[in-house]
Design a protein around this ligand. Structure first.
Ligand SMILES: Nc1ncnc2c1ncn2[C@@H]1O[C@H](COP(=O)(O)OP(=O)(O)OP(=O)(O)O)[C@@H](O)[C@H]1O
Ligand SMILES: [Mg+2]
Length: 501
């Protein structure tokens, strides 16, 4: 022991507490405590070992315990050490009692004493990292060569260090857990209640919506028909700073240019046949609110030029008018057309595209949303039975399978219509496949119950897809992923290693 008196010891401990207070991750904390313990007790090597699940693993290695080396230990040596003193470490983990052995080589508690000789280990000290009644892990030190001059005081000091580390770990674990929880709560908040989805693809949408919400920037929503573009546009308005002001939507597809422009910008009486009054444009009515331009790709180049002016200068001129009108609107535009194609063919102004495209939200097709199909279907069943005043109904397991196998070319809108009809035609409390009236051509080529086709992906690809999706949905947290899949952390670890080559 480097410290001659209690005062010095006390000061050293205080310093350790201070240093531990400054670390932000459990790995960093373990590294710090090992380095400090080793230095303060003049040990040759040291490591810390955590009970699995003590803290959200920052980098787990698929081991049952998490080990932080440093202090002279190589990874292989740590594993060798686990073999040699595994039972001692396990004992400390189980009982919470420290172990000190001055002459380890003649101590029966250590498994293979010849290994201790090979590794030149003379003395060993292990202290539990304990907080309240929970043993979070073990702090291990060893001395090689000459026997360590360890006494009871030194052991108490090591125990105090381990306890400091445990308290800091516990706080950190809590902080890390809270942070993770906070992230998922925030994502939850970003999800408007009517927008159902838990798939990784939809989580990405919710996360991006969360970023867009507080801003005033234009948004371009892309995606196939019926994927929920308008629903998202409404949610962005209802939950953003302009909530409470007007939300105005204008469908721009298949409208003659003059009619569309007169809708958007208003017109002066007599400016064209049929303009018998002055008319205020929707942009003026939307002042302070959000303007949703649906099927924006279908507008003419001339209308696009006028829209660009609204976006750049916040002003426009009603049809046939000489006056300029100002409007403060947030623009959300949507289209199900391929924008890059429209740009290439010169049907859409590039400058307008870049103006609109501050944020692009791409709605995934329903067929890429996995089990969301069932979540949404269940919600629609409930919605329509309530609306029609019918007793509750549910979907048979064959029906559920069929819903998942169908390709949904019309996406959520089609699902909504299918469920609406099924609720009406089903005669019992259970909705069966025949009630869906789906086109059997579009079942991914399969009928329900049939599980294998020649061109089906091999099992390993399916497993890989499922595992990676699940991992993404837990933000890369392997412990949670393994738990939710019902596999061991070790299994998950090895599979991930295989797949990453
Ligand atoms: N994630 C979802 N959860 C629940 N309902 C949804 C979801 N997405 C879409 N819907 C519903 O599906 C229908 C179609 O959605 P919406 O009109 O927003 O699609 P769209 O992308 O604008 O379609 P289009 O391109 O044909 O205009 C609406 O009834 C909407 O409420
Ligand atoms: Mg729409």
């Amino acid at each position: 022991m480097k410290y001659k008196n209690e005062r010095e010891q006390y000061e050293a401990l205080l310093d350790v507490t201070r240093q531990l207070g400054g670390v932000h991750t459990s790995n960093e904390l373990l590294r710090t405590i090992v380095a400090l313990a080793k230095e303060l007790l003049h040990a040759d090597r040291g490591f810390a070992l955590l009970r699995e699940g003590t803290v959200p693993p920052v980098s787990d290695r698929g081991d049952e315990v998490k080990i932080e080396t440093t202090g002279g230990f190589q990874r292989e040596a740590t594993h060798a050490m686990l073999q040699i003193s595994g039972s001692v470490l396990r004992n400390v983990l189980d009982t919470g009692e420290p172990v000190l052995t001055i002459d380890a080589q003649s101590d029966e508690r250590f498994g293979a004493s010849e290994s201790l000789v090979i590794h030149g280990i003379r003395s060993v000290a292990c202290a539990p990292m304990k907080v309240r009644d929970r043993i979070l892990g073990v702090l291990y030190l060893d001395w090689r060569g000459a026997e360590a001059s360890l006494d009871q005081k030194a052991m108490e000091f090591l125990e105090a260090l381990a306890t400091q580390a445990a308290v800091a770990l516990d706080n950190l674990g809590l902080a890390e857990r809270l942070e993770a929880e906070n992230r998922s709560l925030r994502a939850e908040l970003g999800r408007p209640p009517e927008l159902i989805g838990e798939s990784p693809a939809m989580r990405c949408v919710f996360e991006l919506m969360e970023k867009i919400l507080p801003t005033d920037a234009s948004v371009l929503i892309l995606g196939e028909s019926g994927t929920g573009k308008e629903l998202v546009a409404r949610a962005l308005h209802a939950r953003g700073p302009r909530a409470g002001r007007a939300f105005v939507a204008q469908f721009c597809g298949a409208l003659p240019e003059t009619l569309l422009e007169s809708e958007l910008f208003g017109h002066k009486k007599g400016s064209f046949t049929g303009a018998v009054f002055d008319k205020k444009g929707l942009f003026e009515l939307a002042d302070g609110g959000t303007f949703f331009l649906d099927e924006i790709a279908d507008t003419s180049l001339s209308t696009q030029t006028k829209l660009l002016r609204v976006l750049e200068e916040g002003e426009f001129r009603p049809v046939g008018d000489t006056r300029t009108v100002h409007a403060d609107v947030r623009i959300v535009a949507a289209t199900n057309r391929d924008m890059s194609e429209a740009l290439r063919q010169g049907q859409f102004r590039e400058d307008l595209f870049y103006r609109l495209n501050v944020f692009t939200l791409t709605m995934p097709p329903l067929r890429d949303r996995g089990r969301d199909v069932l979540l949404i279907a269940d919600r629609f069943v409930q919605h329509f039975t309530d609306e029609l005043g019918l007793p509750p109904k549910d979907l048979s397991s064959d029906t559920r399978r069929l819903l998942q196998q169908y390709v949904w070319p019309g996406n959520v809108r089609e699902l909504r219509n299918v469920i609406h009809r099924a609720v009406l035609v089903s005669e019992t409390e259970r909705i069966e496949c025949r009630d869906l009236g789906l086109d059997s051509e579009k079942h991914n080529g399969r009928s329900p119950g049939e599980v294998f086709e020649d061109n089906d992906p091999p099992l390993d690809d399916l497993v890989r897809k499922i595992v990676l999706e699940r991992l993404a949905s837990f933000d890369g947290n392997r412990t949670k992923t393994a738990k939710s899949l019902g596999v061991s952390l070790r299994w998950l670890h090895y599979r991930l290693k295989d797949w990453n080559g």
